[in-house]
Design a protein around this ligand. Structure first.
Ligand SMILES: Nc1ncnc2c1ncn2[C@@H]1O[C@H](COP(=O)(O)OP(=O)(O)OP(=O)(O)O)[C@@H](O)[C@H]1O
Ligand SMILES: [Mg+2]
Length: 338
């Protein structure tokens, strides 16, 4: 099967001025031609297939938004080739944008002065959607999101969550083949997040829309994504299923959370770490009185470890669970896994 999105050796460099030090630095900056090259995206290869929901994640500054902007034709790659649904995004923007939907958490594409319903009608006309399709889609949005409650409000008076729901509706409305969502759930409460997840799932299932999603909320990824692509410092460091990621960490891993009466100091940590191999057990401080221990059941004698901790400090609570996906991803970011 041909991929719907294909990136080959794609890089993006930004030129920024090298900052001058000292009292007159500001004046010098004004006339400087001394540039720094920042490689925000570095030689990435990626194929995405029709109907996939791909979670595109990575720490702040990793290159996610830069990649999305290249995929949507807003930025031109410094090197490499990008094909999306047969188009080179930055060269064929006018034709291309009819087939894609883009929602950026920080940017609005609704008309500030129109009512919500009028905004949707404008979208319908712009994208030449038939009355029948418009009706079918609006019925779905009503069922999942109760969107009619907002019809006669003006966009400028919507709350953050209401506005994001409308942004997503405005994009899904015209049946794009692909949607790019850059942090759509940022700052939203859980009930709105769940609505957004549900509508994405439904449009993916019923219309086979391909979804590329960036988020810092791992529960969005768990709820939606078939595949995870992790980018770090412009380089793709993981590209596989959630299942594979869990496997990599090993199903034998467990988490214990220990709450202590007193503040956990460095000396205590050093003391309990002694005698254990770093690969088999990880100690993370959750708060200054709570630590999380992620360990391999086959390699670590947990009774001994707990006894050691209890000998050194007063423990007031112990909680166990399987490894949380957040922790797995944290380990990937920190280079502990790959
Ligand atoms: N227009 C620009 N000019 C110069 N540098 C830029 C520009 N846009 C992005 N960068 C830099 O490129 C790198 C990648 O930025 P990008 O916005 O793609 O990160 P991100 O993964 O989306 O991060 P976040 O999770 O914070 O949104 C950063 O170091 C950023 O400072
Ligand atoms: Mg970003």
């Amino acid at each position: 099967m041909e991929p719907i999105i294909e990136l080959k050796g794609v890089s993006k460099e930004f030129k920024t001025l090298k900052k001058k030090k000292g009292k007159l630095g500001f004046i010098k900056d004004l006339f400087s031609t001394d540039y720094l090259i920042k490689k925000a995206v570095n030689q990435i290869d990626l194929s995405i297939y029709k109907g996939e929901i791909v979670g595109f994640i990575g720490p702040n500054g990793a290159g996610k938004s830069t990649t999305i902007k290249m995929l949507t034709g807003v930025l031109v790659p410094t090197e490499g080739t990008i094909l999306v649904n047969g188009f080179t995004p930055h060269k064929q923007r006018v034709k291309y944008v009819k087939e894609i939907g883009v929602v950026m958490g920080q940017r609005s594409q609704l008309w500030w002065d129109l009512s919500v319903l009028d905004s949707f009608k404008v979208m319908k006309e712009m994208y030449e959607l038939s009355d029948a399709d418009y009706f079918v889609n609006m019925s779905i949005f009503e069922e999942e999101l109760k969107i009619s409650e907002l019809f006669y409000k003006s966009v400028r008076h919507l709350s953050l969550g209401q506005k994001m729901l409308c942004e997503i509706v405005a994009v899904l409305l015209y049946n794009p083949k692909l949607i790019f969502l850059d942090e759509p759930t940022i700052g939203l409460d859980i009930s709105v997040k769940i609505k957004i997840r549900n509508i994405i799932k439904r449009m993916n299932r019923e219309n086979d829309v391909t979804v590329i999603l960036t988020t810092h909320d791992i529960s969005d990824i768990e709820a939606l994504c078939h595949r995870i692509v992790i980018i770090d410092q412009g380089v793709i460091i993981f590209n596989d299923s959630m299942h594979k990621m869990k496997q990599l960490v090993g199903t034998e891993r467990k988490t214990i959370e220990i709450t202590t009466k007193d503040v956990i100091g460095d000396d205590l940590l050093t003391n309990i770490r002694q005698g254990f191999i770093k690969e088999n057990v990880l100690f993370n401080l959750v708060t200054n009185k709570k630590m999380e221990i992620i360990y391999d059941r086959n390699e670590v004698d947990i009774d001994m470890l707990l006894m050691k901790i209890m000998r050194n400090t007063k423990v007031i609570d112990i909680d166990t669970s399987d490894v949380r996906i957040e922790n797995i991803i944290k380990q990937v970011y920190e280079g502990k896994l790959l």
